[in-house]
Design a protein around this ligand. Structure first.
Ligand code: FES
Length: 105
């Protein structure tokens, strides 16, 4: 079981069950939490932007993700905890992730 704790854009708290090997973006999108995933995980839309408070154990962003986040910083708040959720493939050790949906991009 991979439980993801989500704070929506409205400040509501929800828990969703993650599926090992699936992208976090897909879990958030399919749960109707306002993540569109427009580009399907190609690091080119930014619609899957989230803040992950306890994401220190996650793999570091690849260059494409880093570039996209840097480009978004002129339009939305990008924090040190910012990630593109399409790049986070869920593993059991990610149980308990604290994910906040970032403002619409
Ligand atoms: S789904 Fe487009 S950047 Fe993540």
């Amino acid at each position: 079981m991979i439980t993801i704790n989500v704070t929506t854009r409205d400040g509501e708290r929800q828990q969703i069950d993650g599926v090992e090997g699936s992208a976090l973006m897909e879990m958030l999108r399919d749960a109707g939490l306002g993540v569109d995933g427009t580009c399907g995980g190609m690091c080119s839309c930014g619609s899957c932007h989230v803040y992950i408070a306890n994401g220190a154990g996650l793999p570091a962003p690849i260059e494409d993700e880093q570039d996209m986040l840097e480009g978004m910083a002129e339009i939305v708040e990008v924090r040190p905890s910012s990630r593109l959720s399409c790049q986070i493939l869920l593993k059991p050790e990610f149980d308990g992730l604290e994910v906040e949906i970032a403002p619409q991009f």
